[in-house]
Each structure stands twice: as structure tokens, then as C-alpha cells.
Design a protein around this ligand. Structure first.
Ligand SMILES: CC(C)[C@H](C(=O)O)[C@@H](O)C(=O)O
Ligand code: SF4
Length: 469
């Protein structure tokens, strides 16, 4: 009998093409997603060396970071820099025979949203993209992580990647989530607990009753932010929820190929007794809705909490850095989180821009009105999410409440397009990063779940969604 293995061990080993004595491996890559920011030099490299894309059919390109989310975008991108990047991807995809979703394609959207939607992301696969939040796809029980531009070129040319095996971490979330507490709160709580470096050197597998109970959307939210906890990737073993989501997606296997795939996917579980180098256990029942107060995703507190006092931190470096975060955020220790007033609300991103997120928002805001001092926008994660939301009439609810309903893209998750905060503007955001300047120069970001962002838009300040009526 071979030793019990983790899910990560299994997927990794099934993809090893070559292993050197020092442990360096060459891994076969099943799927490569490409966006406009990290691919131009990679394609240029191929051009200069006269190489082709090894497997265009395993590669999918889309524009997301630089696209405008204004309905005007069908008339062309105004920002020169953005236009150049978008046009470069369109040309590279054409020249190298790679399928490409332009901003006018209904299937266009944030790269980590369109992969699962198309059935391009499947269990058991190795998936890479020149983007850190590629960890999202781990929700399908796929080994998925971000790579740098030189690696993008390597994968384009060879369909392989040089990797060393990471360590195994298990994060088990037991029990049931209280009403109003979501996948976003789980992952923010985990990062709060382990810190942004807690996952360094590990691939995290999420398990436990609360994870099993999540929809695919919720699982993607969790895996998406694994990278904010420092991990190489996040994984959730595929189960009936996964299979039901994947079935009949455009690129999912069909007929006999589906049956064969399903048989293999069912073997992709961590074995009983498999060794994890680190184990973290959380009780879902004890989790509150969470709000970030600082400039790192580990700076989190319960919505019922207060802005912490850095003076209470004994480590000097940490104290100084948290003091700086508070200064940047313009917050005073001891302030109740629910007393923090907002200027902007951003609902979207690859963390929380899917249909389930928009449904949660609609439930909170239906028949209500956005606070007069808040400017609030909702950006669907893809054209298909937008289409679905409109078919369900969600856009009407949003617009009636005073939200701006936009075209799909990364939008104000990061300030690479027209959507950005002005200096000192304070924003409740469903995205994944609250770094300094992330949503615009001197902009102030608070990370929250979609329902919490929605309620904050209406109230004009944070509110405990568990008390929402
Ligand atoms: C622009 C891109 C390379 C970047 C990433 O790698 O994650 C972006 O998507 C982000 O979220 O910061
Ligand atoms: S939505 Fe945000 S986190 Fe996701 S890929 Fe775009 S910029 Fe990165």
C-alpha cells in the first residue's frame, strides 16, 4: 500500500513530466489563462525566438484589467495606455491562434470568472495565469496558481512549468455559518488568524462542514484570497456541488468523456491519514461579519468591534506598520466599526463579482435607497453574469436603489482603468486587496462581503448585516 496522500500530492504527482534530484519538477499544465497585463512581453518573446504557442486550444485570452466599465466602451477605449494593452492582446491572440474574448464579447469578464463559466476550469487540472488570484480555480479541486511573465512565455511555448513541491496545509472550518455570515467572512477570518505570510510555502486545502456547505461561488471566494494569506494555492476537493456546476458548461467533457472524467475526479480527495504540515481549525458558528480596518488583508475585525490600538502591539516593527496603516486609513483607535462613514461602495471583482454575490446584494437593497453621501457601483464579473442578473431583474433593483450598474471588468478592484477612488475617499469594497493606493491614490479600502457592502451603501456607514431589516 502506498502512503496516504493529500489532494495536492495527487494532482501534483499526476502532472510531473520530469523530476530532478534536487526536487525541481517540470509540471504539465492543462490550462493557461491569459490577460492583457502580464502577457505582452511573453508573446513578444515568442515572436523574437520564432516560436509558436504549443497548445493554443489549452490557452484562453481575455481583457479585464484595463477595460472601461462604462456603456460607452463599445465606441472604443479612451485611455491611451489601456487601449494599447488591450489592442496588443487582441493582436497576439490572433497572430498565435489563441481564442480571445474582446470587451464586446458576451463571454468577456474577469479572467478568474470566465474560466469556470466556460468549463475551461475543471477538477484535477493544473491551471496557471499571469495573475496572483489564479488561486480562485482551486475551488474546483484544480491546482491553480499565478505565474510571472517569463513563466507565461515558458508555458505558452512548452505547456509546462518548472515547480517545486510546496508543503501541505489543512484549514478545516467546522460547523455552520450563522445567517448573514458568508464565505468572504470565513476567508477574511482565516487571513486574520494566520496573517498574510501564514501560508508562505504551502498549498492550503480547505475542508470541513462549512466549506462543504458552500456553493461554487462561495468556494471560489475562499480560494481566491488564499494568495492574500501567502499560500501558493488553495484547494477544495470536488464533490457533487462541483460536478453539478461543471456539467454542461461549454467546454466541459460530454457523454462518455464526462463519465470517465467523473470517475477520475472522484478519486481526487485527500486520503484518510494523509499528512499535513500545518493544520488550522475554525468554528464557523462563531464567525461574525468581518470588516478590514487597515492596509493589509490581515487587518480585520468583527463588525461589532472597534478600530484597534497599535500601542497594544509589543513587536515594534509591527506596531509602527499598523500605526502607519491607521494614519493612511484616517482612523482613530477605539472608533466603533459601525461609526465609520463611507463615500464609495464597490461591489464586484473576481472575489465577489458572481451571480450569487449580486443576488445577495439585491436581497439587501431591494426597495431601499443608497445614502445621499455615498457613490455606489456594481460591476458584474462577466458578460454572462450581467446577462443572468438582468434576466432576473436584479439590475432594475440596483438602479432603482441608486446604484451604478456597469459593464464587466476588474474595475475599481485596482486602479488600472477609469474606476478609481479620489484621495481620502473611503470605500467599502467586496474585492480582495486593501493595499495603499490599490483603488486609487490615497484611497481608503475596507474589505467586506457583498451583503455588508450593500447594507453600508444604504446606511452610509457600516452596519451589522445580521441586524438588517
Ligand atoms: C495585474 C495583475 C498582475 C495583478 C495580479 O497578479 O494579481 C492583479 O490582478 C491584482 O489583483 O493585483
Ligand atoms: S478583479 Fe482584482 S484581484 Fe481579480 S484579477 Fe482583477 S484586479 Fe486582480
Amino acid at each position: 500500500m502506498s502512503a496516504p496522500r493529500t489532494l495536492y500530492d495527487k494532482i501534483f504527482e499526476d502532472h510531473v513530466v520530469d523530476r530532478q534530484d534536487d526536487g525541481t519538477c517540470l509540471l504539465y499544465i492543462d490550462r493557461h489563462l491569459v490577460h492583457e497585463v502580464t502577457s505582452p512581453q511573453a508573446f513578444e518573446g515568442l515572436r523574437l525566438s520564432g516560436r509558436k504557442v504549443r497548445h493554443p486550444e489549452k490557452t484562453l485570452a481575455v481583457v479585464d484589467h484595463n477595460v472601461s466599465t462604462s456603456p460607452e466602451r463599445k465606441f472604443g477605449i479612451k485611455n491611451e495606455e489601456s487601449r494599447i494593452q488591450v489592442e496588443a492582446l487582441a493582436k497576439n491572440a490572433k497572430d498565435f491562434g489563441v481564442e480571445y474574448y474582446s470587451e464586446n464579447d458576451i463571454r468577456q469578464g474577469i479572467v478568474h470568472i470566465i474560466g469556470p463559466e466556460q468549463g475551461f476550469t475543471l477538477p484535477g487540472m493544473t491551471i496557471v495565469c499571469g495573475d496572483s488570484h489564479t488561486s480562485t480555480h482551486g475551488a474546483f479541486g484544480a491546482l491553480a496558481h499565478g505565474i510571472g511573465t517569463s513563466e507565461v512565455e515558458h508555458v505558452l511555448a512548452t505547456q509546462t512549468l518548472i515547480q517545486r513541491k510546496a508543503k501541505n496545509m489543512l484549514v478545516r472550518v467546522d460547523g455552520q455559518l450563522p445567517d448573514g455570515v458568508t464565505a468572504k467572512d470565513i476567508i477574511l477570518a482565516i487571513i486574520g488568524e494566520i496573517g498574510t505570510a501564514g501560508g508562505t510555502g504551502y498549498v492550503i486545502e480547505y475542508a470541513g462542514e462549512a466549506i462543504r456547505a458552500l456553493s461554487m461561488e462561495g468556494r471560489m471566494t475562499i480560494c481566491n484570497m488564499s494568495i492574500e494569506g501567502g499560500a501558493r494555492a488553495g484547494l477544495i476537493a470536488a464533490d457533487e456541488t462541483t460536478f453539478a456546476y461543471v456539467k454542461d458548461k461549454p467546454r466541459a467533457p460530454k457523454g462518455a468523456a464526462w463519465d470517465a472524467a467523473l470517475e477520475y475526479w472522484k478519486t481526487l480527495q485527500s486520503d484518510e491519514g494523509a499528512h499535513f504540515d500545518k493544520v488550522i481549525v475554525l468554528d464557523a458558528a462563531k464567525l461574525p461579519p468581518i470588516v478590514s480596518w487597515g492596509s493589509s488583508p490581515e487587518d480585520v475585525v468583527s463588525v461589532q468591534g472597534i478600530v484597534p490600538n497599535p500601542d497594544d502591539i509589543s513587536d515594534e516593527n509591527k506596531r509602527t506598520s499598523k500605526q502607519r496603516a491607521l494614519d493612511y486609513m484616517g482612523l482613530t483607535p477605539g472608533t466603533k466599526i459601525t461609526d465609520i462613514s463611507l463615500d464609495r461602495v464597490f461591489i464586484g471583482s473576481c472575489t465577489n463579482g458572481r451571480i450569487e454575490d449580486l443576488r445577495a446584494v439585491a436581497k439587501v437593497v431591494e426597495g431601499k435607497t443608497v445614502s445621499p453621501h455615498v457613490d455606489a457601483m456594481i460591476v458584474p464579473g462577466s458578460g454572462l453574469v450581467k446577462e443572468q442578473a438582468e434576466a432576473e431583474g436584479l439590475d432594475k433593483i440596483f438602479v432603482a436603489a441608486g446604484f451604478d450598474w456597469r459593464e464587466p471588468g476588474c474595475s475599481m478592484c485596482l486602479a488600472m482603468n477609469d474606476d478609481r477612488l479620489k484621495p481620502h475617499e473611503r470605500c467599502a469594497s467586496t474585492s480582495n486587496r486593501n493595499f495603499e493606493g490599490r483603488q486609487g491614490f490615497k484611497g481608503r479600502t475596507h474589505l467586506v462581503s457583498p451583503a455588508m457592502a450593500a447594507a453600508a451603501a444604504i446606511a452610509g456607514h457600516f452596519v451589522d448585516i445580521r441586524e438588517w431589516k
